[in-house]
Design a protein around this ligand. Structure first.
Ligand code: BJW
Length: 302
């Protein structure tokens, strides 16, 4: 599926030099070198306890404490992590190209919610958080939203002990099939009693939840519309960098095909190129760099 793609950094540099509009789609693999787990594949943090069981509104409605523990753990890990050389290389590229008519435009679409792009000083206007931020909290019942809440623990009942995921998650995960079945059983006990979970300071009634985009939920309206404005501009896209993502979750993955339709060469940077969705079919003119994006991005974006 990757036949014909070039692996030459030299060749890439000469294409990069003449590129005026660059789109990047980032995923969890970009933050792997910062010590944060991915979702799928080898080392996928949800490998044992099914993404779909934890990242849906239905899961939250069924056992909010379990879902909160998953997010409290990831918030805490993200706060301890530092942006890596890949985040910095992207931020620098965006800054150099930003607002300079001669040098072109760079837009980074990230599926990551961990805040590491922002901490690498990626210019805000060149960064779209497709799945929002793990540091936003919102009410599950009313419109209340608390943005950039970096408190850790996020609530006294959500203290994360030790280094690994909370044991409640591992227990449910011991066998993914039966865990899923148990999970859907309305008679299972709640992981944390409702009155001990964070509640909305506005309506008082509703539970607070992580402000991320779960399966079945719409992506933030402004983010999508600004992304389409950029992509649909009457201009060619020269390059589409697909970094550390399986490109299997939509609509994010669809931007790779759209960029291709707008003339872009696809550039895949991934540790494991065997299981890629929308970015899997590379052809002549495309590029493929297999390995850690924290090592590859600084080399290719030099
Ligand atoms: C390295 C590395 C190293 C490792 N260096 N590489 C068709 C069209 C449109 C939608 C759909 C569709 N079919 C189905 C849908 C619905 C659904 C969907 O896409 N499902 C798919 C499973 C098929 N999509 C949705 O529900 C979306 N919403 C939607 O469509 O709304 C419609 C709507 C409109 C109007 C009203 C209402 C609804 C929402 C999707 C939300 C996804 N959310 C999550 C959780 C976010 C919060 C959180 O973080 O917890 O987003 S799921 C999870 O997957 C997370 C990620 O951002 C996302 C993508 O994962 P990613 O980043 O690719 O990670 P991995 O683990 O898959 O890959 C890591 C890669 O890194 C691997 O390739 C490794 O090899 C590599 N790697 N180390 C470089 N060091």
């Amino acid at each position: 599926r990757t036949t014909g793609a070039s692996t030459s950094i030299e060749e890439f540099h000469s294409v990069l030099k003449s590129s005026r509009r660059i789109l990047a789609l980032c995923g969890a693999g970009l933050s792997a070198a910062s010590g944060l787990g991915t979702f799928r594949g080898a080392g996928g943090m949800w490998h044992n306890y099914q993404a779909t069981a934890l990242a849906t509104p239905e899961a939250f409605e069924h056992d909010p404490g379990l879902v909160w523990l998953f997010y409290a753990y990831r918030r805490s890990k993200a706060l301890q992590a530092k942006p890596n050389a890949g985040h910095f290389a992207l931020a620098k590229c965006a800054e150099v190209m930003n607002g300079n008519a001669d040098k072109g435009e760079f837009l980074c679409l990230t599926q990551n919610v961990d805040g590491l792009h922002q901490r690498a000083n990626h210019p805000d206007s060149q960064l779209k958080l497709l799945h929002s931020s793990i540091f936003d909290l919102k009410c599950h019942s009313c419109d209340y939203i608390d943005k950039n809440n970096f408190s850790d623990p996020v609530h006294p009942s959500l203290v994360i002990e030790g280094d690994g995921p909370p044991p409640q998650l591992s227990k449910k995960a011991s066998n993914t099939v039966s865990a899923q079945a148990a999970y859907l059983d309305p008679n299972t006990e709640l992981t944390i009693p409702l009155d001990q979970l964070p509640h909305c300071p506005n309506c008082k009634d509703g539970l607070l939840r992580p402000g991320v985009v779960w399966f079945g939920e719409a992506l933030p309206y402004n983010t999508i519309s600004e992304t389409y404005d950029w992509i649909d501009a009457e201009k060619k896209i020269d390059l589409c960098l697909v970094i550390g993502t399986t490109a299997t979750v939509y609509p994010a993955a669809g931007y790779v095909d759209t960029a291709r339709e707008k003339g872009a060469r696809i550039v895949v940077i991934n540790m494991d190129v065997n299981e890629l969705g929308a970015a899997g079919s590379l052809r002549k003119g495309d590029f493929l760099f297999e390995g850690d994006s924290a090592r590859i991005l600084p080399e290719i974006l030099r």
